[in-house]
Write a protein that binds this ligand. Structure first.
Ligand code: A2P
Length: 275
C-alpha cells in the first residue's frame, strides 16, 4: 500500500510518500485530532512549520499516538523572516521544545524571503540560516535539511555558498500549476520535491476536467490530484481535518494511464483564491 511506501532522499533517509499537511490547522484540539487520525490510519509523515503555530499540538499527537517516534517522519520550517545564523539556531531549539522531540526529521527554510516582503533579496541571510542548519544536521539533530518555495536562482545561491546540497525543496505543486523549471533544476541535482497544496487548497476539486477523470476511475477528484503527483515522483502533502478525507487521501493505490496523465497535464491555471 502506498501509505506504507517511501522515497529515498539523496542522503539515504527514507521519507514516506504521502504526508499530512497542517497549514491553517489550529493548534490545540484541531491539529491534535487531525494528526492522531492520520497516524491511526497509517500515515507516518507529518508536515508542520513554525509559522503555522501548531507545532505543540503536532508534537503532542505524535507523542500520544503510541507509534514509535522513529517510525514517524516530521518536518518543520524556519519562520520566513529569520535570516540569521543565531536566529536560525535559536528558532530550531524552540521547534524541538514545542514539538517535545529530541531530533527532527526534516527542517526547511520556509521561503526565500519573509512573507511580509515577498521578492526581497535575502541571499546572504539564506546562506547564514542554512549554515546553521548544516551544523544542526552534522550534530545529528536533524536527519535532512532543505528549503521551501525556492526557485532556481535561490537554489543556486545556496549551492554556490554552502556545503550540503539541500535534500528537499517543498513547493506548491498541483494539477495546472507549471513548476517544470524548478522541478527540472532540482531533479538534476537530486533535490527531492515535496508538493504542498496538492488539491490547490481545495479549489481543484470543482474542476470539471479532473472530475471527469475521477468518474472514469471511480475515485474522487482529491484522489486523482494526489495520485497524479505520486506518478510525478513527488511527495504530496494533502491537508484535512476530517478523518474520512484523511482516509480517502491515502487510498490511492491505482494507476492513472499515460493517456489520462497527458490529459491532466493539459490543464493550466492556478485556481487558488485567498479570500
Ligand atoms: P478539510 O480540512 O475541511 O477536510 P490542500 O491539501 O491542497 O491544501 O487542500 C486542503 C483543502 O482541501 C482543505 O480545505 C480540506 O478541507 C480539503 N480537502 C482535503 N481532502 C479532501 C477530500 N478528500 N475531499 C474534499 N476536500 C478535501
Amino acid at each position: 500500500m502506498i501509505i506504507n511506501e517511501t522515497y529515498s532522499l539523496s542522503n539515504g533517509v527514507k521519507i514516506p510518500k504521502i504526508g499530512l499537511g497542517t497549514w491553517q490547522v489550529k493548534d490545540g484540539d484541531e491539529v491534535y485530532k487531525s494528526v492522531l487520525a492520520a497516524l491511526r490510519n497509517g500515515y507516518r509523515h507529518i508536515d508542520t512549520a513554525q509559522g503555522y503555530q501548531n507545532e505543540k499540538g503536532v508534537g503532542q499527537a505524535v507523542r500520544d499516538s503510541g507509534v514509535p517516534r522513529q517510525e514517524i517522519f516530521v518536518t518543520s520550517k524556519l519562520e520566513s523572516d529569520i535570516k540569521t545564523y543565531e536566529g536560525a539556531k535559536e528558532a530550531f531549539k524552540n521547534t524541538l521544545k514545542e514539538l517535545g522531540f529530541e531530533y527532527l526529521d526534516l527542517f526547511l527554510i520556509h521561503a526565500p524571503w519573509p512573507w511580509s516582503n515577498m521578492g526581497q533579496n535575502c541571499d546572504e541571510g539564506n546562506v547564514l540560516a542554512y549554515k546553521a542548519m548544516e551544523e544542526l544536521y552534522n550534530e545529528g539533530l536533524i536527519r535532512a535539511i532543505g528549503v521551501s518555495n525556492f526557485e532556481q536562482k535561490h537554489l543556486e545561491n545556496i549551492l554556490n555558498n554552502t556545503d550540503i546540497v539541500p535534500h528537499v525543496n517543498q513547493i506548491g505543486y498541483f494539477i495546472g500549476l507549471d513548476q517544470s523549471e524548478t522541478i527540472n533544476y532540482c531533479e538534476e541535482r537530486n533535490i527531492f520535491i515535496e508538493a504542498y497544496s496538492p488539491l490547490g487548497i481545495g479549489f481543484l476539486l470543482s474542476n470539471t476536467d479532473i472530475k471527469q477523470v475521477a468518474d472514469k476511475y471511480h475515485k474522487s477528484s482529491a484522489q486523482i490530484c494526489i495520485r497524479y503527483l505520486l506518478q510525478k515522483n513527488v511527495a504530496p502533502l494533502p491537508k484535512s481535518v476530517n478523518e474520512h478525507r484523511i482516509i480517502q487521501n491515502k487510498e490511492v493505490d491505482f494507476k492513472i494511464s499515460d493517456e489520462d496523465m497527458a490529459f491532466l497535464d493539459t490543464i493550466k491555471g492556478d485556481p487558488r483564491r485567498w479570500d
